[in-house]
Design a protein around this ligand. Structure first.
Ligand SMILES: NC(=O)c1ccc[n+]([C@@H]2O[C@H](COP(=O)([O-])OP(=O)(O)OC[C@H]3O[C@@H](n4cnc5c(N)ncnc54)[C@H](OP(=O)(O)O)[C@@H]3O)[C@@H](O)[C@H]2O)c1
Length: 279
């Protein structure tokens, strides 16, 4: 089967990032490497990992085993909470690079702001230094709200290229997405399919899917794209991987986008960036 062509989006620093990539949590080891190799054949080039997923080695192995040039890939990793703070960022970053077996990452994110710890601004500044040394192409953040982005921009003058946020039909995050986008930061949705916990059976989603002849997961992922949001769905299942990526040949009507956005009934997210802590 011919590979799917996943379009790229230009970030505020000029680098191009695929609109859709492969989430890798919670797989590890050979199972993940094999799963990624299949996804690469289908056309995936963006691979989303993190120090805390303990699977960067499997991601690096897949890149090497694919036989494709390193520059064909867009590799994202994330600074763990334990490595926040000026003296620790380099250690955390170097450990990721070593696990990956790469000499640069395309995108490096602060995994969570951890505002109570109070070290995300100095951590970001250190990442900007690593960017200037050519070890990180794009600097970004994850789970950052407007207030956190304002703080890092005020300190460094560098606007995050990407903010990876929890966005899905139950958590449409309309205000947060608008505020983050207003900075010139590209939003990238994590858990876009809500880990298959029911949204794919929601009648509003299935009705649209049936009408336009695609799967419910494709409707949800396309709803993000039509909101100008990039995303990294995870699947270990080859057919789901293929269908999840095959969302660039159709678009939703504005009324369908609105109908899915309306599924958000305001339930609070479990991991609130203002209070969530993981290290
Ligand atoms: N920055 C952060 O704080 C953060 C937090 C969480 C996650 N992430 C990243 O975001 C990625 C995606 O999020 P996620 O893995 O939490 O959730 P997700 O992508 O919403 O859902 C993944 C789950 O949905 C299932 N699935 C995938 N495609 C499907 C389809 N077409 N039909 C039915 N079920 C499907 C998968 O099962 P199968 O494998 O069986 O297909 C898997 O169990 C992660 O892998 C990780 O890389 C980042």
């Amino acid at each position: 089967m011919a590979p799917i062509s996943i379009p790229t989006r230009t970030l505020n620093d000029g680098y191009a990032m695929p609109w859709l990539g492969l989430g890798t949590w919670p797989l590890r080891g050979r199972q993940l490497t094999d799963s990624i190799l299949g996804a690469i054949e289908m056309g995936y080039r963006l691979l989303d990992t993190a120090y805390n997923y303990e699977n960067e080695d499997a991601v690096g192995a897949a890149i090497r085993e694919s036989g494709l040039p390193r520059e064909d890939f867009f590799v994202t990793s994330k600074l763990a909470g334990r490595h926040q703070g000026k003296p620790y960022v380099r250690d955390g970053f170097s450990a990721s690079l070593e696990r990956l077996g790469l000499d640069y990452v395309d995108l490096y994110l602060i995994h969570w702001p951890l505002p109570r710890v109070g070290r995300y601004v100095e951590s970001y500044a250190e990442m900007v230094a690593l960017q200037q040394e050519g070890l990180i192409r794009s600097v970004g953040v994850s789970n950052f709200l407007d207030e956190h982005i304002k703080a890092v921009v005020a300190a460094t003058g560098v606007v995050p290229a990407v903010d990876q946020l929890q966005v899905s039909p139950s958590h449409a995050q309309v205000d947060v997405v608008r505020e983050v986008s207003d900075h010139g930061t590209v939003v990238q949705a994590w858990s876009p399919l809500e880990r298959n916990s029911g949204i794919l059976e929601n009648p509003a989603v299935t009705a649209i899917a049936e009408r336009i002849g695609v799967t419910p997961a494709q409707v949800v992922l396309r709803w993000l794209i039509d909101r100008d949001i990039t995303t990294v769905p995870h699947s270990s299942h080859p057919e789901r991987q293929r269908l999840n990526a095959d969302i660039f040949g159709f678009a939703l009507e504005p009324a369908d986008v609105a109908a899915i956005t309306a599924l958000d009934v305001g339930a609070p997210v479990r991991q609130d960036p203002r209070t969530w802590e993981e290290f």
